[in-house]
Design a protein around this ligand. Structure first.
Ligand SMILES: Cc1cc2nc3c(=O)[nH]c(=O)nc-3n(C[C@H](O)[C@H](O)[C@H](O)COP(=O)(O)O)c2cc1C
Length: 284
């Protein structure tokens, strides 16, 4: 079937069958599958399906404004592309093409540590802000250098994944024999070949603590975003014996598996969370 964007891609759900048709099966499984029995994935989809909008009428809608200010940045709307690893698996230009698309849609693009493209190239093609997502790696100094480098190269915020102590039990991709090709370069991912992130093993990854976050905070004035805090009790550094510089008010929580825990409904509610935290959900 021809990939005619006008007739074939009318909504987000139209992309999945096209991806299934075009991508190698193992790559499709890497992207489409959830972990374990996929309970969280199903829960999240169901939670989003339950959302109902209440239309309001008889208002003057000649001027509409979806703009927000987030982390001192003026955005046209609150849509931010979540970091997705190894994008050259699916497109020759990888993250650069995604950043260009995000720019055209005036959305923020987040480049991951597992990126297969350079941040300069993403910044060059996007008029919208580009953020960098740090996967904390075993060499602490390298993490610090990476953050400073990304700030110098144009990243407008630093996000840190805090919820991945071990790779997910992604059975569908294991069954499909998914492997990241050696030929795919990942310039920012020093731990890639150490075996630490090998899929299918129970090895633990290096993970940051509040002390590491405070250290990162001292290295950059950019907004620092914590990706993957699921419980209000984990969201307050005030309960930790770690002094945090005052600019840490820009820290945000972002949930990614909200439905698994009864204390964290999906989409996330504000109750129970510390004041002053902007929050967002990474979709389902
Ligand atoms: C193929 C794939 C690759 C991902 N790579 C990363 C990554 O490198 N870093 C990260 O923090 N999250 C990564 N994620 C998680 C997403 O950023 C996001 O938090 C998660 O997919 C939940 O959002 P969704 O329901 O819209 O998929 C990845 C997710 C997928 C499906």
């Amino acid at each position: 079937m021809p990939l005619d964007i006008e007739t074939r891609f009318l909504c987000l759900a139209d992309f999945e069958p096209a991806a299934r048709e075009l991508l190698p099966h193992a790559v499709y499984e890497f992207i489409a599958a959830g972990a374990g029995e996929e309970i969280t994935k199903r829960d999240n989809e169901a939670a989003f399906d339950r959302i109902r909008l209440r239309p309001r009428v008889l208002r003057d809608v000649t001027r509409l404004d979806t703009g927000i200010t987030l982390f001192r940045q003026s955005l046209q709307h609150p849509l931010i592309l979540a970091p997705i690893a190894y994008q050259r698996l699916v497109h020759p230009e990888g993250e650069v093409a995604a950043a260009r698309g995000a720019g055209a849609a005036e959305a923020v693009f987040t480049l991951g540590t597992t990126a297969t493209a350079a941040i300069e190239d993403c910044v060059a093609v996007s008029q919208s802000p580009v953020w960098f997502l740090l996967y904390w790696q075993s060499d602490r100094g390298f993490n610090g250098e990476l953050v400073s480098r990304m700030a110098a190269l144009g990243a407008k915020a630093i996000s840190v994944t805090v919820d991945m102590p071990t790779p997910g039990d992604r059975r569908r991709q294991f069954r499909a024999g998914f492997k990241i090709p050696d030929s795919l370069a990942t310039p920012y991912f020093k731990d890639r070949n150490t075996g630490v992130l090998k899929v299918g093993t129970a090895q633990r990854r290096a993970m940051p603590t509040w002390a590491d976050i405070a250290w990162l905070r001292s290295l950059t004035t950019l907004p620092l975003i914590l990706k993957g805090i699921l419980d209000p009790d984990d969201a307050s550094w005030r309960s930790e014996p770690v002094p945090m510089p005052s600019s840490s008010r820009t820290t945000v929580r972002v949930t990614s598996t909200p439905c698994r825990r009864p204390s964290t409904p999906c989409p996330p509610s504000r109750s129970g969370w510390p004041d002053g935290f902007p929050s967002s959900s990474t979709a389902g």
